[in-house]
Design a protein around this ligand. Sequence first.
Ligand SMILES: Cc1ncc(COP(=O)(O)O)c(C=O)c1O
Length: 439
Amino acid sequence: MTEILSNGATAQASEGHGEGAAHALWPSLLAPAQHGDDTLCAVSATGVRVRFADGRELLDGSSGLWNTHLGYGNAAIADAAARALRDASYLSVFRYENVYARRAAAALLDVCGARHYGRVLFSTSGGAANDLAMKVARHYHALRGEERRKVVVGLRGSYHGLTYGSFGLTGEDLGQRLYGVDQRLVRHVTANDPEDIAELMRRQGSQVAAVVVEPVLGSGAVPLTREYVEALLRLREEHGFLLVADEVATGFGRTGSFFASREWAGQPDLLIASKGLTNGTCAAAVVVAARSVAAAFDAGGAILTHGETQAGTPVTCASILATLSEMRRLDAVASGSRLAARLDAVLAELVAGHPLVAETTGLGCFRSLRFLGADGAPLRQAEVPDLVAAIRRAGAIVHPGVNGVQLLPALTYTEAELAELVECVVTGLTAHARSGARG
Ligand SMILES: Cc1ncc(COP(=O)(O)O)c(C=O)c1O
């Protein structure tokens, strides 16, 4: 420790991007060869732009990690968070309540729909909230004398997080076997294929506690079809499982409504939200439970065994309240819908006019662009990181998608910012194609 404190690198480290700082950090999902790269080390962010340690400022086409719906540096949210930190520092919802959490829960019920939803549980990440939802579902059935209902059904290709529970539910192969993730009580079915899940229900319906779906599958930005959602609602009636909408990514206006499941013909029993909840400022997630689910716990006098030290704290809940209020002030859902209409037009133009753009999928401000490689076949997945880097060199941050990239701009993007984002994507795509042709 003393050695670290006394070497020159640490003096630089305190400035944020020196040699010592770079090598202390083990970043998520970056190969060791990329650790310590200043072009990937962010320093600050304002509006829809992020400044990096190499001095460049990039346009953010990903709303952070799909969570800064209102852009960076919102003063009202920062002020509310600062006040809560000064006035109440830390208070929990573990064997106690706190007034910030009460107020945030009530405000969330208002936006979710208090006729259907009755209770809000706080968590600290999308993955942890998926764990929590699965626990609520199993406990709910046990309270109703159906302890055998333990199976949770997810969709192939889905993403629910990387904690042990949510990693098990995640339907994309991301190394579950390597990490010994237990998937014995999880089943995966094909999205938008009603017959596949109907078949599973015929065999195992009486053991299913919950079906958990993303209204838009994040990987590839694939929306569930209306027919599929209707089939899920019918199967719920028939087989008695809880339907869980994982709206971690689709919530808070991302797809055109406050929540994507609002457009469903029936409401889910549990709704999970996280991204957008505090505009990215706090480690926050919620599970919002239907009145019918909460009633089973009330009737049984049951205590749910879940608690997280940092869940529902004053700073998180003040940030939630300020985010909701800023969303109203900025009319963010309507602004996102206008931007989505613009995205429809601009992306359709790209598909029609650019020889390397194959397809666009998604809903609202949650889009993917799929590209073709030099051979005319879908762009190889192995090439996507290079393409993302080429787009970054052209000036914009985007995340990888299926055969292409994901575009999730802030709901408050201007037309000029959207045009700039598309230009960066096209410039990056052209540069990537040229480098392939040279190589
Ligand atoms: C639909 C969905 N669920 C869960 C998660 C996991 O959230 P977290 O990274 O906060 O654990 C994500 C993250 O992208 C997500 O998109």
